[in-house]
Design a protein around this ligand. Sequence first.
Ligand code: ASP
Length: 372
Amino acid sequence: MSKKITRREFVQTGTAVGVAIGGASAPVFGKAPALQTSSVKPVVVASNNGNVYKNGGAQTGVQKAFNLITRGTDVLDALIAGVNNCELDPAESGVGYGGLPNADGIVQLDSCCMHGPTKRAGGVAALEGVRTPSLVAKAVLDHTDHHLLVGKGAQDFARNMGFKIEDDLNTEKSRGLWLEWKRRIDPEHYLDPKKRGQASHMAGLSMVRDGLIDPMSYYGTINCDGVNAKGEVCGVTTTSGLAWKIPGRVGDSPILGAGLYVDGDIGAAGSTGRGEANLYNLCSFLIVEQMRMGKSPKDAGMEALRRIQKNTVEKRLLNARGLPSFGISFYIVNKKGEYAGVSMYGATYAVCTENGPQTLQCEPLHPGRATD
Ligand code: ASP
């Protein structure tokens, strides 16, 4: 178990790394090294749940990841330890164990991770029975020549790598919510198939409105990206995907370039929200490319949101103003440690720096909130 750390120790830990790195570089003209001479201030950014869930411990995900990074842990290992908080916490119903299941009541998980310095990647999709898909994604990165394993193959791989395979990742909470959803969509068993999709969506939304489901968990994912004092950038995304999805549906989260993209020479971007909108535009890749061309993390992220808006033309996805009716957010960090959270509508994101963990407002493309 991780040792409880006070805020004072926490801040000192961050500073101590700055000192160590300052001490290692040559003093300028005999002057004593300044307290913080590293050009990169370590930072971890994540979706909002990164600063909520502690899985019974003392630290949120971003806090844990930041502490590990500043103590010298590999950036990707630190970020994965951070998102494990969400995956394992039974109260978090959008990620890992206790994530909201698919339409058949089965929890199917997606994840991917990228390691900037070594330019390696791994991912799993529609994985059943393992609470921490991020660690299986990391095993794909570490132990195979491949970037994505899916379904039964992903589970067999996990078993062979020594992961515990469980029959059912539902918690009482996620199973209860699935039953309630079933009750709402299928009261008489025979709904017109054309109306069923709509009924499913409306039932889900009504459960959000009734306060049964946190809007963040209906879609629900954690993306977490970070950089250390050496400018090493990594990222990880993990999710149970869209609640009540068609079994086998894979969203953006495990897809390199969509739910996550890292180029160790530039930075990282990752996403939560409507995966289909992101898959169509490969926005994490787009954002990293925009940063390569010189844009700041915020400006690069806004460009991706504008691209999504431009490519969203189906009426069912537009609100009364003709704008995308869904929420989608991006969390971005560059190699210099500059960062941003951007979203289609108002949303929050998590960040941890030497000043401690914070929940901040994303820069919205449009005012107001997503209507679904
Ligand atoms: N993007 C995820 C997916 O579409 C869901 C989410 O982030 O809320 O599977």
